[in-house]
Design a protein around this ligand. Sequence first.
Ligand SMILES: Nc1ncnc2c1ncn2[C@@H]1O[C@H](COP(=O)(O)OP(=O)(O)OP(=O)(O)O)[C@@H](O)[C@H]1O
Ligand SMILES: [Mg+2]
Length: 273
Amino acid sequence: MLDQITATRYVTPLREGGSLPGVMEADDLGTYVVKFRGAGQGRPVLVAEIICAELARALGFRTPELKIIDLDAQFADREPDEEIQDLLRASVGDNLAVDFLPGALGFEAAVWKPDRDFASRVFWFDALIHNIDRSWRNPNLLTWHGDTWLIDHGAALWFHYNWRTADPLRPFGGGADHVLAPYATRLAEADAALSAAVDRDMLEAATGRVPDAWLADVPGFDSPADLRQAYVDHLLARVRGPRTWLPVPGTAGDGSTTDDGHRSVGAFWKEGR
Ligand SMILES: Nc1ncnc2c1ncn2[C@@H]1O[C@H](COP(=O)(O)OP(=O)(O)OP(=O)(O)O)[C@@H](O)[C@H]1O
Ligand SMILES: [Mg+2]
């Protein structure tokens, strides 16, 4: 399970985040970006955040540490802004705390010139988790202490909004817009390395970090354990099954290349659809 902390101060809203996350301090003296349970689509977003970040970490990516943060009702009572007040009131109790990376910069491909292996591995990972939210409009990558950090996986695993139509073979829908698509020229290598690393134990460890309460009372599932198993089975079927979900550069497309001569996966995707 993730460590449990208690919020001590609401510092400021993060207005650039669509779900209005807040910067908060906690009783462990840490500062966190808090993703609120009462925001927008609620618990499934936080479930996706945890499963994907823990899986990313297990696969060797940098991603901020996660904790569960308890929010007292007094924060809503003291908040003057009505929108934030409503959000805090709807979120009393457990929420998701993401370690705040002070001074982190938004990722810009033109500035950081991503490494081809790294770009390919991130693209592969996002294809695996159905993450449509790492586009050039909204990269959800931060540059901090000389590394690129993966954040914001709340939009991934979107099949969990309708489990009856969940399909492990579904093609990745976020390929064409993916911020690293033009640099993901080594997908076959990334596929070989990462698919060999993902196994049932790794997926069970990641899903095991989600609090039971966030997995309870989901229609079609008898228990949190049952639902965890469904996430594990889905992702394992995707990893072990045919690559209907992963574009393979060089097998289709218009042959367009990036400015430095690499074939563009984005071009492949636009052509392939
Ligand atoms: N751990 C962190 N450390 C520093 N800054 C962060 C961190 N997490 C998020 N941010 C900043 O806050 C912004 C919004 O966060 P995030 O993308 O997680 O929220 P969101 O509500 O899911 O946003 P959206 O759906 O609009 O992308 C990020 O783009 C980044 O600039
Ligand atoms: Mg974001």
